[in-house]
Design a protein. Structure first.
Length: 59
């Protein structure tokens, strides 16, 4: 069985229940923006095997 790819293993940090309880809509939206940025940097822009990434990314 092949190794798992980065999109199977990367887990971004999400808000805790305490942070959600203490936050508001803006805090939630800011956290979501950070998560999407982290995924973009750690998954989309940094594939572990560039040869495989070319198969699922459109140019």
């Amino acid at each position: 069985m092949p190794d798992l790819a980065v999109w199977h293993t990367y887990v971004p940090r999400e808000m805790t229940v305490k942070e959600m309880d203490a936050g508001d809509w803006n805090a939630y939206m800011n956290a979501e923006a950070r998560i999407f940025q982290a995924v973009r940097v750690n998954v989309v822009e940094k594939p572990r095997n560039p040869g495989v990434a070319a198969a699922w990314r459109s140019a």
